[in-house]
Design a protein around this ligand. Structure first.
Ligand code: TEU
Ligand code: CA
Length: 558
């Protein structure tokens, strides 16, 4: 893919990734080429034809680096090598070349808030004060009571500090104790990271997804983790010293992002990132105290207000990323649709609503065939460190194991991590061996092979949406406007560019819905996408079937 020449042809302010669709692969669960039960790079390469026919432009690879796999690769022990279970550097280079041949770029997951406790930097650092690597990490003396220096907590449960008996000091880990946080205030740390990033850029990668990047400016002694005072300074420095010289896509994972901070990260004159992942539509469904483990009832009015707020806020500057799911989140059709009653219709409806908004859409592996949450019955079937830790803490605190599993089947990260379902063969065709985590038993009907041969499948719907983005600038650049904001079941929005107006109408309910549209939306046009029958003329009264969604393109009168 020749990005530089593509870029030259684009008008000012336009980027190749505005028109792109990204596909996220969780390597461990995508395709196992050698029967050891673990997905690998050769497996991914063998599925490039599948991804090409889906039409995606970029692959975001969750971490493939050498790692003890305490957190499935988000704990890196060597940034410049590949985990042996995933393959070799030669396999990776081959993947880059083969992907590029099909016009697909490879985007790496940059996990630089922390490393593994087996990273050589940490092994050195741990040797004690005075070691040249001591300040690569964040060490503090015990608090006055001999306990942790302060009450910062780890995302995976328990204190964010662990005592190292060797020096009698605590080190910080905002995730597992095997993921010590790097000290970004140390210029030597930043220098090493930039060197490593440049090494990958030279290998021809097309982007970086940056893990919890809003943490790197943390001020530990103030108890401040997100959005620290030097965060944007570091990102500008990183941009200048690494990818600023390359035409790549960068997306920061920022759970703390607000529309205001998103403009700092992704504003056109900021020289930071292309875009961020914000999670407001995700966390608005979480309980204030128990978070995702006690989700609130689905509230479409709230969801629409969050999504629209972001569309409006980044309409002139900055850029949105669009996603329903990823490797940390429940399956989209289970979370926002109706996997049991209206599997196909609701999955297509969700895709329609997301892909026709302004921003770059991200598809999480298996979403394009409507993969669903898991029906696990015991904790032994779970693998994720976060879930295993939380299980222990919650059950110790008195929750019944049955209730925990019920919650986990709705919210745990393993919902997204069961193997990709390729066909109706054993283990969904993911492996010839025993998979590291059980496949979802619905693979006999929900699988890629069946989806590709069915003209009306969810897969073909995604394919159509991805293609529409390439042929209709109104989808990429059209001005967003939402309608009927208080309607409890329907999501209606329009996009306008020059004389094109796209109207998107979706029913989020498992029952019929009647709408009265504002007169200005009622026009004849051409139906671009639908999940029941095409609708070519919008009257003021619209009858929607359960989870019906469609989009009509109208040409406006002068
Ligand atoms: O996730 C960041 C993060 O905060 C998650 O732990 C999140 O709170 C949780 O998954 C919500 O369910 C990133 C990665 O995406 C995740 O896979 C890693 O475990 C984590 O960072 C540590 O690297
Ligand atoms: Ca394998």
């Amino acid at each position: 893919m020749n990005r530089a020449s593509e870029q030259e042809a684009l008008p000012a302010g336009r980027k190749w990734w505005h028109v792109s669709t990204v596909y996220q692969i969780y390597p461990r669960s995508f395709c196992d080429s050698n029967g050891d039960g673990i997905g690998d790079i050769a497996g991914i390469t063998s599925k490039l034809g599948y991804l090409k026919s889906l039409g995606i432009d970029l692959i975001w690879l969750s971490p493939i680096y050498r790692s003890p796999m305490d957190d499935n690769g988000y704990d890196i022990s060597d940034y410049q090598d590949i985990a042996p279970e995933f393959g070799t550097l030669a396999d990776f280079d081959h993947l880059v070349v083969e992907a590029r041949r099909r016009g697909i770029g490879i985007m790496l997951d940059l996990v630089v808030n922390h490393t593994s406790d087996e990273h050589p930097w940490f092994l050195e650092s741990r040797k004690g004060p005075g070691n040249p690597f001591r300040d690569f990490y964040i060490w503090r003396r015990p608090g006055p009571d001999g306990g942790p220096p302060n009450d910062l907590m780890s995302s995976f449960g328990g204190p964010a500090w662990t005592l190292d008996p060797l020096s009698g000091e605590y080190y910080l880990h905002l995730f597992s104790r095997r993921q010590p946080d790097l000290n970004w205030e140390n210029p030597a740390v930043r220098r090493e990271i930039y060197k490593m990033m440049n090494w990958w850029l030279e290998r021809g990668i097309a982007g970086f997804r940056m893990d919890v990047i809003d943490y790197i400016g943390k001020q530990v002694d103030q108890g401040l983790v997100k959005d620290g005072p030097r965060l944007h300074e570091y990102l500008q420095e990183m941009n200048r010293r690494t990818f600023g010289r390359h035409d790549i896509l960068t997306v920061g994972e920022c759970w703390s992002a607000t529309p205001g901070s998103a403009l700092l990260y992704s504003g056109r004159d900021r020289s930071e990132l292309s875009m961020v992942f914000q999670f407001e539509h995700v966390t608005q469904q979480w309980d204030e105290i128990y978070g995702k483990w006690r989700p609130k009832a689905f509230d479409l009015v709230k969801l629409k207000s969050v999504l629209s707020k972001w569309q409006y806020a980044l309409s002139e500057d900055g850029w949105n990323s669009l996603f329903w799911g990823n490797h940390d989140l429940p399956r989209a059709v289970s979370q926002y649709g109706d996997a049991a009653g209206y599997h196909s219709q609701s999955a297509k409806m969700l895709a329609t609503v997301l892909h026709l908004m302004k921003g770059t859409p991200f598809i999480y592996q298996g979403e394009e065939i409507g993969m669903t949450n898991v029906p696990f019955t015991t904790i032994d079937q779970y693998r994720d460190i976060e879930t295993l830790n939380m299980h222990r803490l919650h059950v110790e605190a008195g929750l019944s194991p049955e209730d925990f599993i019920k919650g986990a089947n709705q919210s745990a990260r393993d919902n997204a991590r069961t193997p990709m379902q390729w066909n109706a063969a054993a283990h969904g065709g993911f492996t010839k061996g025993v998979p590291w985590i059980e496949v979802n038993p619905n693979y006999a009907t929900v699988n890629a092979e069946a989806a590709m041969t069915d003209e009306r499948s969810i897969w073909n719907h995604y394919r159509k949406l991805i293609a529409l983005r390439k042929t209709h600038p109104v989808i990429v650049y059209g001005l967003y406007q939402s309608w009927l904001d208080q309607h409890p079941d329907a999501f209606v929005y329009s996009r306008a560019l020059d004389r094109d107006r796209l109207v998107v109408i979706a029913n989020f309910a498992p029952h019929k819905v009647q709408l009265t549209l504002p007169r200005e939306l009622a026009n004849p046009g051409t139906c671009l996408i639908w999940n029941y029958e095409p609708v070519d003329t919008l009257g003021e009264n619209v009858d929607l079937k359960p989870y019906e969604a469609f989009a009509i393109l109208c040409e406006m009168r002068e």
